[in-house]
Design a protein around this ligand. Structure first.
Ligand SMILES: Nc1ncnc2c1ncn2[C@@H]1O[C@H](COP(=O)(O)OP(=O)(O)O)[C@@H](O)[C@H]1O
Ligand SMILES: [Mg+2]
Length: 327
């Protein structure tokens, strides 16, 4: 695909991005090992699209968010942002309690990004702050309140207003509802969805909860230990999940924790937990292959079945039947 076409359709294209951290084996140890937090991740986000990124805790979701917003640089790969305005993608944090400065009133929290990014006069800034508060469903009475005087939901709304204040076209929402009560979660989710459609915002919605992703996103990337293992339209992936890991996530089956330090030295990183693995899986890392118009899969076994049988539904039917076929 040429860059011109990408620029028209996509707001973000990330290609083969890697970010490894080094971690000591223990507090006193001299030895360290590499945590492959993000290990060759590629995806794109279309203009006005909400892309979901799902995976269990520690699989590298937040690191992807930090890389896109430029908080940390990638070790390898490219991140191309095609926003019309010269404003970086903005991050809505997981924890609204710690992401707001406790010494800053709501008005001060919103003042800074407006001053830096929008070049408005003082009078116009106040009007803009009031407009932003209204957009996120907050009363202007809270302008002079400090974070500790706000409820969890109100704090997250201020966090969203701060991200909007920068006037960015792409928002990275990193588990924005995970610290909130269920009833408040729904309100914040609806707010994000409304803002997206009202302003044609693009969004990467990060969550470990598939039901939230299903509710808000058009497409989903399923991440496992630093890699995307399946990617596709929510309507397809949730109906006929093909990767064994997506199947486990969807069934919400209890799965034993695994860390990067105990990863197999070669082959597919899901191999130790996989019920359908074959010899090849132990030796070769599966690449993310296109198997449908917008469907991608990184699994030797399922891709083989898929290419020999053809349609996604047949492949998925097979995925449900095969268990313990390890040879
Ligand atoms: N600054 C860092 N230094 C060392 N390890 C890190 C750092 N940031 C993240 N990690 C590690 O990278 C992996 C992915 O982390 P993260 O992106 O926060 O995962 P998630 O958001 O999916 O829970 C984890 O093993 C985490 O401990
Ligand atoms: Mg995280």
């Amino acid at each position: 695909m040429s860059k011109e076409i990408k620029m028209k359709q996509d707001i973000l294209v990330i290609d083969n991005v890697e970010k490894h951290f080094s971690r000591k084996t223990s507090f006193w140890a001299r030895d360290s090992y590499a945590v492959k937090a993000v290990d060759g991740v590629s995806f794109r986000i279309g203009r006005g699209e909400i892309l979901g990124l799902v995976g269990e805790s520690g699989c590298g979701k937040s690191t992807v968010g930090k890389l896109i917003t430029g908080l940390i640089p990638p070790d390898k790969g490219t991140i191309d942002y095609f926003g019309d305005k010269s404003v970086n993608p903005q991050l809505i944090f997981q924890d609204p309690v710690n992401s707001l400065n406790p010494r800053m009133k709501v008005s001060q929290t919103l003042y800074e990004p407006l001053l830096i990014n929008r070049f408005l006069s003082k009078k116009n800034i106040l009007a803009e702050i009031k407009r932003l508060l209204k957009m996120v469903g907050l009363d202007e009475k809270i302008l002079n309140k400090y974070p500790h005087q706000l409820s969890g939901g109100q704090k997250q709304r201020v966090g969203i207003a701060r991200a909007l204040a920068a006037n960015s076209e792409l928002i990275i929402a990193d588990e924005p509802t995970s610290s909130l009560d269920v009833s408040i979660q729904a309100q914040i989710l609806n707010l994000l969805s409304k803002l997206q459609s009202d302003f044609n915002l693009s969004m990467l919605f990060i969550s470990h909860d598939l039901s939230l992703i299903k509710y808000i996103s058009r497409r989903v990337c399923v991440m496992y230990l630093g890699k995307i293992v399946e990617q596709g339209l929510c309507s397809e992936v949730f109906k006929t999940p093909l990767h064994p890991y997506t199947n486990i996530l969807l069934r919400a089956a209890p799965i034993s924790k695994i860390s990067s330090s105990s990863l197999p030295s070669s082959g597919c990183s899901f191999y130790p937990r996989c019920k359908i693995a074959k010899n090849k899986c132990q030796k070769q890392v599966p690449k993310l292959k296109q198997i449908g118009k917008e469907h991608y899969l990184a699994c030797h076994v399922m891709c083989e079945i898929f290419s020999s049988r053809g349609t996604a539904s047949r492949g998925a039917g097979y995925a449900g039947k095969i268990k313990n076929v390890r040879k």
